[in-house]
Design a protein around this ligand. Structure first.
Ligand code: AHM
Ligand code: MG
Length: 326
């Protein structure tokens, strides 16, 4: 019989000497994702589709489900004694939890918001950092390589829960009894790919190095890369990363020339870091087109970053081309 998430976590913790408190936090996150999944599945029947009528700290319009998922995660995690504090893409400031907590949880409660109303895959992304001492914004500003765990829930045709505790990547599927059971382990991202994902509508705004990279991919077999590439763009990072975990690929969300103060669209703490840990644990690479994302020292909770992640050969090629251009 397939192993349940809770049984797996117990066994995994014993095998790798992982703190029971961290396992407890992971169980709380999984339970919250089941509850969010239940809402997602009902859509209009649960009254969760549409605008919330509010904006988040980044000036983006919030959907009802952004707000609902955010509230569900905050109340569940605040009740977990091992959680010292929380930071969310939907909150201006961090949220304090328990004074004796040893962990910080950072999350994008509902990633892929533009897909909520049209019944396309969306997800929840989370990152867990260690914590000691007084809680302040500075407590959260740890590089991604300090993460003790990360993962995501994908609300797609199936609800999946994908995690790493730095000892491989594991995929669980929600069964009819609302239990996550393991369906894949130690996923390995193929080094080479013929599939790329980028929002081509922004092409004219990209910097010249990215323009050159994509032009070369589009040349197909006759070009310098010598392969015919295919393209996908779901506009839900969770769905793109999951596709790459399953069959390889490269995902890019570069910074562009429109707003030089913004280093891309995606958020370092809630999206890029947790996904980069998953990708690196599966043998892939993740950079901001110049350096490893996991090595970036964060300067702000809501900091944005360029993202190039997935199959190592393509990420290396795109990164090297950016470095060569300066
Ligand atoms: P969100 O957190 O507000 O949903 O924004 C992040 C999402 C990513 O999941 C996705 O890769 C990207 O935004 C899509 O952006 P665009 O609509 O510009 O293609
Ligand atoms: Mg997001």
């Amino acid at each position: 019989m397939a192993q349940t998430l809770s049984a797996f976590l117990q066994e995994h913790a014993a095998a790798h000497h992982i703190d029971a408190g961290l396992i407890d936090v992971m169980n709380t996150l999984a339970a919250s994702c089941v509850a969010i999944s239940d809402k997602v599945r009902l859509g209009d029947l649960a009254g969760i589709i549409g605008e919330a009528g509010s904006d988040n700290v980044q000036g983006e319009h919030q959907k009802k489900l952004d707000v609902i998922a955010n509230d569900m995660l905050i109340s569940a995690l605040q009740n977990n004694p091992h959680v010292a504090g929380l930071a969310s893409e939907e909150e201006d400031e961090f949220v304090a939890a328990n004074q004796d907590g040893q962990y910080l949880v950072l999350f994008d409660p509902l990633d892929g918001s533009s897909n909520i109303d049209v019944n396309i895959s969306i997800g929840t992304i989370f990152s867990i950092l260690p914590h000691q001492g007084e809680l302040s914004t500075a407590s959260f500003l740890q590089a991604g390589n300090q993460q003790v765990a990360s993962g995501y829930a994908l609300y797609g045709p199936q609800t999946l829960f994908v995690l790493t505790l730095r000892h491989g990547v594991f995929v669980f599927t929600l069964n009819a009894d609302e239990e996550f059971v393991m369906t894949r382990e130690h996923n390995h991202i193929a080094a080479a790919t013929k599939e790329f994902a980028i929002n081509m509508s922004n092409q004219r705004h990209w910097q010249s190095a990215m323009q050159d990279c994509i032009a070369e991919l589009l040349q197909g077999k006759e070009g310098v890369r010598g392969k015919d590439y295919n393209m996908r763009w779901v506009a839900s990072m969770v769905a793109e990363v999951h596709r790459i975990l399953m069959r390889g690929g490269v995902f890019m969300y570069p910074k562009d020339k429109r707003d030089p103060s913004k280093a891309g669209k995606l958020r370092l703490m809630y999206e890029a870091n947790p996904m980069s840990l998953i990708v690196s644990q599966a043998g892939g690479l993740s950079t901001n087109a110049h350096q490893a994302i996991l090595d970036i020292q964060p300067e702000g909770l809501h900091q944005r970053v360029s993202v190039v992640l997935g199959s190592s050969e393509e990420v290396t090629y795109i990164t090297d081309k950016h470095i060569a251009t300066g």
